[in-house]
Design a protein around this ligand. Structure first.
Ligand SMILES: [Zn+2]
Length: 266
């Protein structure tokens, strides 16, 4: 059974519908653009300055559907069910430190998300410390973003919160292989790591679904967000294996501007 509740953030009556996102070609990352300004998470190149760092970054400041946002369950109400289904499997990933996070590039084509009837393939996943989204005001130690893309370069990001708890066996291979220091960059070649991505996700795929943006410059909008409600666990040592490299790589919360949040389960 699929259940669905709809949650309206803010009081505007001209709510932005999830279905109105439309078709946009999104650059998954600006990291390969030679002319990209050097942005960061603090100081003069931090989030409040991103929009003035270059013409391609202006939407970071003037966009009306930016991410991340706080996701609140208390106002959830019944609405239509937007279909999504996540089907990830065991495979090899290649880890790179891109200077903003550690990213695991996925080359297998078999990891998919079906969203509104369209199939998106997992391109990469990466980590944020602490979490970028909050749920009912709660911020988690880590948030993992699984970035999925379709043939038209549209993007669905599945967000998974990480809370402090048991050792995470599913992600142990990835966490053990994280770069030893922040100085180790994508120029270093590392052997691929095998990880069972299906078992990384929580059992319950109930999620907040909303229309947002990339949380890093150029902050492109048109991203379908699927933030799973159930957090996964990691031990303090495992969390520290990422935070010692990136103590803080989260973008602050953005204005919801009346966007609707669909409360879905697959
Ligand atoms: Zn991210």
């Amino acid at each position: 059974m699929r259940s669905s509740k709809r949650h309206l953030l803010g009081l505007t009556t001209a709510a932005v519908m999830v279905a109105s996102v439309g078709v946009l070609a999104l650059p998954l990352s600006s990291d390969n653009w030679a002319s990209t300004p050097h942005w960061s998470y603090s100081g003069k190149s931090g989030p409040s300055h991103w929009s003035s760092m270059g013409p391609s970054f202006v939407v970071c400041g003037n966009g009306k559907a930016q991410s991340p946002i706080d996701l609140e369950s208390r106002d959830a109400k019944t609405g239509k069910a937007d279909e999504f289904h996540i089907d990830y499997e065991k495979g090899a990933v290649a880890l790179v430190n891109n200077g903003h996070t550690v990213q695991a590039n996925v080359s297998d084509a078999k990891d998919t998300v079906v969203f509104d009837g369209d199939t998106y393939r997992l391109a990469q996943f990466h980590f944020h410390s602490p979490s970028e989204h909050t749920t009912d005001g709660t911020r988690f130690p880590l948030e993992i973003h699984f970035v999925n893309e379709d043939g038209r370069k549209r993007v669905v990001v599945v967000g998974v919160m990480v809370k402090l708890g048991k050792q995470n066996e599913s992600l142990a291979s990835v966490l053990r292989a994280l770069p030893a220091s922040e100085k180790e960059t994508s120029k270093d070649t590392r052997p691929p790591v095998t990880v069972d991505l299906g078992s990384v996700l929580p059992h319950d795929h109930g999620a907040y679904v909303y229309a947002g943006s990339l949380t890093t410059p150029p902050c492109t909008e048109g991203v379908h967000w699927v933030v799973l409600k159930e957090p996964i666990q990691m031990s303090s040592d495992q969390i520290a294996s990422f935070t010692r490299l990136f103590p803080d790589n989260h973008r602050p919360l953005q204005k919801a501007n009346g966007r609707e949040i669909d409360n879905e389960s697959d």
